[in-house]
Write a protein that binds this ligand. Structure first.
Ligand code: ATP
Ligand code: PAF
Length: 262
């Protein structure tokens, strides 16, 4: 039995990449210390459980097929699933690291991360989360290559429900709005600046995409009234904020640690 952990990741601005699927998306994201743990054991056929309950998990099942492995996968999530924390990517990345260590043949890390990414793209559950989760930190690509900053800021959040990323990525009108709004947001982005400025600029992006629900809008407004800054975690019913500690009930922090065996 082998266990691996991958951090969650929150994407605040994104745009689909223009190149091959393997290039990942453009955007700004940060990894969260809270993530997903996967424990993998040999089994005649693949099964997945999440926090003790049997479930279907297409990108996890897909990445095992890519390794030509069958396994019993037990996932434990410290962040909500389907809520903008990249839990699907974290589950897939932790599974592929653990499965390769358990079954061999000890592929290099880049090959495993690429396999996780392809499984995410195929399932429609992510466009680049696993690259961020493999690295850790504040990670961005606004069109000039990947940048990374070692940040450990505290972040508060509230989650109001789940929303399938695949539904949003498959909506052509929504994605056209996303592309237009991202172009402007990338011009404002300053990776060395305070997180509050990133969240303000990200909220301008989110607002223009039309993706935030009324509940998300109300929570962002409440944080702003309390003197903080907040935005929507793409693509979930989740608000992340700084500077208004009591307004959002949960807390996590940016981690610089990427996915690893435990
Ligand atoms: N109990 C569950 N609730 C929600 N999703 C679940 C559950 N069990 C398994 N899944 C799977 O988890 C995946 C959730 O993927 P999705 O991309 O929507 O969310 P996420 O990765 O947590 O968030 P995001 O991509 O928005 O950051 C889907 O493949 C879904 O089938
Ligand atoms: C698709 C996405 C913007 C939202 O889940 C992000 O997770 C990504 O880039 O993989």
């Amino acid at each position: 039995m082998t266990t691996a952990h991958a951090p969650g990741s929150v994407t605040t601005v994104f745009a689909p990449g223009e190149g091959s699927d393997d290039a990942g998306s453009l955007g700004t994201s940060f990894t969260t210390a809270d993530g997903v743990t996967a424990t993998v054991e040999p089994a005649a056929e693949t099964t997945v459980e999440l926090d003790g309950e049997p479930t279907g998990f297409p990108p996890v099942e897909g990445v095992l097929r890519r390794l030509d492995a069958t396994a019993a996968v037990s996932l434990s999530a410290e962040v909500p699933v389907g809520a903008g924390f990249g839990a699907s990517g974290a589950a897939t990345l932790a599974t592929v690291l653990a499965a390769d260590a358990e079954f061999g043949p000890n592929r290099d890390r880049e090959a495993l991360v690429t396999a996780a990414h392809r499984a995410e793209v195929e399932a429609g559950t992510g466009l680049g989360d696993v690259f961020v989760q493999a690295r850790g930190g504040l990670v961005w690509n606004t069109g000039d290559g990947v940048g990374r900053a070692e940040r450990t800021d505290a972040v508060s959040y509230a989650t109001y429900g789940d929303r399938r990323t695949a539904d949003v990525l498959g909506d052509a009108d929504a994605m056209a709005r996303v592309r237009r709004a991202a172009d402007d947001a990338f011009e404002e982005f300053d990776p060395a600046g305070p997180l509050a400025d990133l969240f303000d600029c990200s909220w301008t992006f989110a607002d223009r995409t039309g993706l935030p629900s009324d509940r998300v809008r109300e929570a962002v407004a409440a944080v702003e009234r309390a003197g903080g800054a907040a935005t929507m975690a793409m693509v979930g019913e989740t608000v992340v904020g700084v500077g208004a500690d009591d307004t959002l009930p949960e807390t996590t922090r940016i981690t610089t640690e990427g996915a690893a065996l435990r």
